[in-house]
Design a protein around this ligand. Structure first.
Ligand SMILES: Nc1ncnc2c1ncn2[C@@H]1O[C@H](COP(=O)(O)OP(=O)(O)OP(=O)(O)O)[C@@H](O)[C@H]1O
Length: 320
């Protein structure tokens, strides 16, 4: 569905002697198969939106080439546009419009008849939990309803490939989880391929078959969420000791089973351990024998944030 090679974009900023270049996307290769839900993850300013805007023909690449939905980005941009749906970060619904007429007008822009657009629009309202809102002014919709209307607009011409730019930003947790269900339904009920950007790790984890991580305009990882997490060696074991006097005994005992360096922060002593749950009984006995008193112990499976940390040396949350 998407095959991009060396896709790059630089921007010129400033004037005269203040002129400089910003490398927004440094040359990325992207492959997305039919029916996949792929998440494009990265901190603010990493190059997600710029990549999406290039793939949707809204921005000319400075270098590289791509085929999108079977058409060449450079030579067949109109065909690409007709074959894809794009839901931007800010959405495209006017606040002054009425929901149903907005979607019909949008369908007309794609060259489908008024009647076809109305039939498709009502079907999408049904699928996206917007029943009863056809005649409602868009300004009276809740944030979640408005976002789902944006998605319906992006789907009215029945595209095989849908691009969603940060679909759940600004929604409350319940509306986000609800939208995730609708996004996975796009694949199961409509057979759509979905390429979405997000900075929410839980969203990428819950929704995507595959995740591509972009940082400073370069793709630093691309795999299933599970495979990415497996690349981080070991679970995090975090011990909170009872007093400062226990720190050194706890640290040296943890070091005997750790696969990473042991770090200490106040009363917290932590390290990565292969199969943390399995190592726990032996570790507790050894801590006891070493005379280290504990307040609490936590074993945490690697998260996508740990993946980002391993790949880039900083936390995705920090970099935001
Ligand atoms: N029109 C422009 N002119 C100059 N610089 C730009 C322009 N558009 C984007 N950039 C720069 O390119 C880089 C990538 O921006 P982009 O919007 O693609 O990031 P992003 O990953 O989508 O970020 P966010 O999560 O904040 O939306 C940033 O440094 C940004 O400031």
């Amino acid at each position: 569905m998407i095959e991009a090679r060396g896709l790059a974009r630089t921007f010129e900023t400033g004037r005269g002697k203040h002129k400089s270049e910003v490398v927004a996307v440094a040359g990325v290769d992207i492959d997305v198969a039919e029916g996949e839900i792929v998440g494009f993850l990265g901190p603010n300013g990493a190059g997600k939106t710029t990549t999406l805007r290039m793939l949707t023909t809204l921005l000319k690449p400075s270098a590289g080439r791509a085929t999108v939905a079977g058409f060449d980005l450079a030579t067949q941009p109109v065909k690409v546009r007709q074959a894809i749906g794009y839901v931007s970060q800010s959405g495209s619904t006017s606040r002054l419009a009425v929901s149903g007429s907005e979607i019909v007008a949008h369908g007309r822009l794609y060259g489908i008849s008024k009647q076809q657009a109305e039939t498709r629009g009502r079907e999408l309202f049904d699928q996206l939990d917007l029943e009863g809102l056809w005649d409602r002014p868009t300004k009276t919709l809740s944030g979640g309803q408005r976002r789902r209307l944006d998605i319906a607009m992006g789907l009215v011409h029945d595209p095989r490939l849908v691009f969603l730019d940060e679909p759940t930003t600004g929604l409350d947790p319940q509306a986000r989880a609800n939208l995730w269900t609708h996004i996975s339904d796009l694949r199961t009920k409509r057979g759509s391929t979905v390429f979405l950007t997000t900075h929410y790790l839980d969203e990428a984890d819950a929704l995507c078959d595959r995740i591509m991580v972009i940082d400073h305009g370069t793709i630093v990882a691309s795999d299933t969420p599970e495979a990415l997490k497996r690349k981080v060696s070991g679970d995090l074991v975090a011990l909170t000791v009872a007093s400062e006097a226990d720190v050194s005994a706890a640290a040296s005992t943890l070091a005997t089973v750790a696969t990473s360096e042991v770090t200490t922060d106040g009363l917290l002593v932590s390290a990565r351990v292969t199969n943390g749950g399995h190592a726990m009984p032996g570790l507790l006995r050894a801590l006891d024998a070493a005379g280290a008193s504990l307040d609490s112990i936590e074993v945490r499976r690697p998260t996508l944030d740990d993946v980002f940390l391993t790949m880039t040396g900083r936390s995705l949350r920090e970099s935001e």
